[in-house]
Design a binder for this molecule. Structure first.
Ligand code: IP8
Length: 252
């Protein structure tokens, strides 16, 4: 099998996080061109965060506490916001000629207490076999205990990297890697993470910011799949296997 890569695009990279659902179209077309140029041989699954298209809505409707009968408007509103962003990401990839196709977790995933317990992935395998590029996103999904919950793109990355036996996982962000005291930490393991002081984003983020990301990636590393966090401007370097100047998250 060829290299099978999950590429996560952070919400703050593809939206203006300070505004109400504003897609950063310039950034998106640059990212799409970098993917199209750097990785024609690899199978690629794109997962993206919500940024300002989903986090403010999830926060406003308290989806972190779930949903009850008669209080389901937030499910619709949040899913609609992040789906609009998914259309924009898919569209930018398609403009470069890539056969990208949006896939919504609300339709194929189920959670319990905020964690995915099922996520159909056989159709994603089929799409990859056909040379397509599935484009998935952090979303609201139905939750067996809470009614509904938010699953981050990072949680989805962790789940799918294992389910689809991915060979590499990369997270393109608006920072050069995981920062500790202003410096990029070159490698994080379950051992070294305890010694780090990791800061958080000042924008609304219902899924835990950088800390939540590292927790998911350390969980993934325990399953034997490492992940790399780097600045979006180094996307081409990651895809071609060159040094990206960011952080590698690895197992023991
Ligand atoms: O931006 C959050 O995904 P993330 C998804 O990857 C929603 O944390 C809908 C807020």
């Amino acid at each position: 099998m060829s290299d099978r890569v999950i590429l996560k695009l952070g919400g703050s990279v593809i939206t203006d996080k300070g505004a109400d659902c504003r897609v950063n179209k310039t950034a998106l077309s640059g990212i799409a061109a970098a993917i199209a140029g750097a990785a024609p041989a690899a199978q690629i699954i794109v997962v993206h965060g919500a940024g300002s298209c989903g986090h403010p809505e999830a926060h406003r409707f308290h989806l972190d506490k779930g949903a009850a009968t008669g209080q389901t408007e937030g499910i619709y509103v949040t899913h609609r916001a992040v789906s609009a962003l998914n259309d924009a990401v898919t569209g930018a990839l398609r403009e470069t000629g890539m056969p990208a196709l949006g896939v919504h977790p609300l339709h194929v995933g189920v959670a319990d207490k905020g964690r995915l317990v099922a996520f159909e992935s056989r159709h994603l395998g089929q799409m990859l076999a056909l040379g397509m590029v599935p484009v998935i996103h952090g979303d609201v999904v139905m939750d067996l205990s809470r009614g509904a919950c938010i699953v981050s793109g990072d949680q989805i990355v962790r789940y799918l990297a294992v389910a689809l036996k991915c060979t590499r996982v990369g997270l393109a962000t608006d920072v050069p890697g995981v920062l500790d005291g202003g410096r990029v930490v070159p490698e994080i393991t379950p051992e070294t993470v305890r010694t780090l002081q990791i800061g958080n984003s000042s924008h609304t983020d219902v899924t835990g910011g950088m800390k939540g990301k590292i927790d998911e990636l350390l969980g993934l590393a325990k399953s034997g799949i490492g992940a790399d966090i780097f600045h979006v401007s180094r996307l081409g370097d990651f895809l071609t296997g060159n040094d990206h100047g960011g952080t590698k998250v690895r197992g023991e």
